[in-house]
Design a protein around this ligand. Structure first.
Ligand code: NAG
Ligand code: NAG
Ligand code: NAG
Ligand code: NAG
Ligand code: NAG
Length: 277
């Protein structure tokens, strides 16, 4: 009997750890963050903050467009901005992501207010760029903004690295040559020769820039944030890229829930074991 009780407690603990594990997963890989440009300490947002909130509310409403460059409010408090959703995501995921950005901005506990900022999902599912000046949205060259890498070091995967660089070059060209369906957006899942690995790559520009500028924009992303890990992303003022050895595009998002099935099976086995004891 004592043994049974212990086993039951063991099973319950597994379930609890599993929940915590999933929550952590969500927190560490998939959340909203902001990077401000300019001085937040001396910036008095006034009505600008409300205009930014109303701008992002408009974005939620028209999320199915995938991109919009517009403004909200009048005079010196006017907020300019655009949103961009990753082209592989459904309307629902785009809307949900923008909802979370709106929540993030509305919740003033989370945020210092800047005259200009990028607020984005850490998997680049959606990005909002807002500013108090329309000049922030004129296209300029070489404006890579932020980047990160994750997973194994690339020096240990030379074939992977070669395939990645060749594919990035091809995709930058592809995104520049409009394919008529989704301009300025290109993806690829490519096999790394001689290994079991696949690389999932996505590049995308804001659709308001010229095709040729898109190619340059993406080239600039991977030359500024030279990939050094098997997974990575980079965000510029007019383009983004993301790559990983694990599937992340479209329906790939469910993959992170796999471990929970394993735990459920273990709990079921535990229960069967108890029943037959
Ligand atoms: C975006 O909209 C602003 C005005 O709201 C405009 O000044 C700017 O040129 C637009 N950007 C592009 C790239 O069209
Ligand atoms: C935007 O805010 C900054 C910081 O307060 C200020 O210096 C700048 O003049 C503002 N720009 C416009 C167009 O209002
Ligand atoms: C942008 O960067 C490329 C190299 O990455 C360089 O050749 C080019 O001159 C740069 N352009 C500007 C406007 O700085
Ligand atoms: C990956 O390949 C690129 C292009 O050939 C090269 O510049 C870079 O140094 C390589 N990176 C690593 C970590 O080997
Ligand atoms: C964007 O592309 C056009 C056409 O190729 C080119 O004339 C222009 O200089 C480019 N702009 C920038 C900022 O690179």
């Amino acid at each position: 009997m004592a043994l049974k009780t212990h086993f039951l407690i063991f099973c319950i603990i597994i379930q609890i750890t599993n929940v915590v594990h999933c929550a952590n997963n969500e927190d560490s890989n998939d959340y909203i963050t902001q990077i401000g440009i300019g001085n937040s300490a001396t910036f008095a947002p006034g009505n600008f903050k409300n205009n930014v909130i109303s701008l992002v509310s408009d974005f939620v409403t028209v999320s199915s467009r995938g991109f919009l460059n517009t403004s909200s409010g009048e005079g010196s408090d006017r907020a300019y901005g655009w949103f961009l959703c990753r082209g592989d995501l459904s309307d629902d995921k785009c809307k949900d992501c923008l909802h979370k950005i709106r929540q993030y901005i509305t919740d003033s506990k989370n945020i210092f207010f800047y005259p200009e900022a990028f607020v984005f999902n850490t998997q680049l599912k959606c990005v909002v760029h807002y500013s108090n000046s329309s000049k922030s949205f004129e296209y300029r060259e070489n404006t890579t903004f932020t980047g990160s890498g994750f997973g194994d070091d690339l020096d240990r995967h030379p074939r992977y690295n070669t395939t990645l660089f060749n594919s990035l070059q091809e995709l930058a060209r592809e995104a520049g040559g409009s394919n008529g369906i989704k301009p300025n957006f290109a993806t690829r899942v490519v096999d790394v020769a001689g290994t079991e690995e696949k690389i999932n790559i996505l590049v995308q520009c804001t659709p308001d820039i010229l095709a040729m500028n898109c190619t340059n924009c993406i080239r600039n992303l991977y030359s500024t944030f030279t990939p050094y890990r098997v997974g990575g992303d980079a965000l510029g003022f007019n383009c983004l890229l993301k790559y990983d050895n694990e599937a992340f595009m479209g329906s790939g998002f469910g993959a992170s829930f796999m471990p929970s099935y394993l735990h459920v099976v273990m709990v079921l086995l535990g229960t069967i074991y108890l029943t037959f004891m």
